[in-house]
Design a protein around this ligand. Structure first.
Ligand code: GLP
Length: 226
């Protein structure tokens, strides 16, 4: 799964060296990032001109915090490839003005020409980025309140559940859907929510279901542990 997803990313990078790449955290894309690192090491792909924008960041964590998504991205990808760190963008969870931070992020994406290829994982509750199940789809980048199920799911990365931040900043559904192409990676641990997606019912209670309306979305899903 990770290899196939990496090959798609590599193909798009070869077609557009200055690709604007949307990136995701979580354990699922780690294999994809390992494959990208390997392709970069043997000179098959070049990140020199690539620009990246990550989906989300926890509120209250500095980028030096090992649980922050900035730290995660540096560790799992950026430190191992020939990317210009100035071209890597993540929301700041400690920004003085959250409103400005979110607005500036949308502006920076627009200035880069929009996202060419957005990588997504999926939460067990169907969230993409940190767009949690709700009565409505939220359009743009904003602060979100994490649901108890997300806090429980993500506590494995923290010492104790109380340490998991209660809020985060996240690209909105509209931000994600504006990407020209989307790929979603999901492993067998997401079987339940992936089965739900197959029903083709689009509902904000399963935020990822909006992807049925995207004209260019590929899902890489392994439904068995291999
Ligand atoms: C976090 C991220 C999501 C990610 C999800 C699933 O909540 N905000 O972008 O898709 O985790 O993570 P995992 O792949 O570890 O199950």
């Amino acid at each position: 799964m990770s290899k196939r997803a990496a090959n798609l990313v590599a193909d798009r990078m070869s077609k557009k060296p200055s690709l604007v790449l949307g990136l995701a955290t979580g354990s699922t894309p780690v294999g994809l990032y390992e494959n990208l690192i390997a392709l970069n090491k043997v000179g098959k792909i070049d990140f020199k001109q690539v620009r990246t924008f990550n989906l989300d960041e926890y509120c209250g964590l500095k980028k030096s915090d090992p649980q922050s998504y900035r730290y995660f991205m540096n560790e799992k990808l950026f430190n191992h490839i020939n990317i210009d760190m100035d071209n890597t963008h993540l929301l700041s969870g400690v920004a003085k003005s959250i409103e400005n931070e979110c607005e500036d992020y949308e502006k920076a994406i627009a200035k880069a020409g929009g996202i060419d290829l957005q990588v997504l994982g999926i939460g067990s509750n169907g969230h993409i980025g940190f767009n949690e199940p709700d009565d409505v789809f939220h359009n743009r980048t904003r602060q979100v309140l994490l649901t108890p199920s997300t806090i429980r799911a993500n506590k494995r990365f923290f010492e104790k559940e109380e340490d998991v931040p209660k809020t985060a900043l996240s690209m909105g559904i509209g931000t994600i859907m504006s990407a020209r192409e989307i790929i979603l990676v999901a492993g067998a641990d997401k079987r339940e929510v992936m089965e739900k997606l197959k029903e083709e019912v689009v509902s904000p209670q399963v935020p990822a279901s909006i992807l049925h309306y995207h004209p260019n979305c590929t899902i890489f899903y392994v439904d068995e542990t291999i």
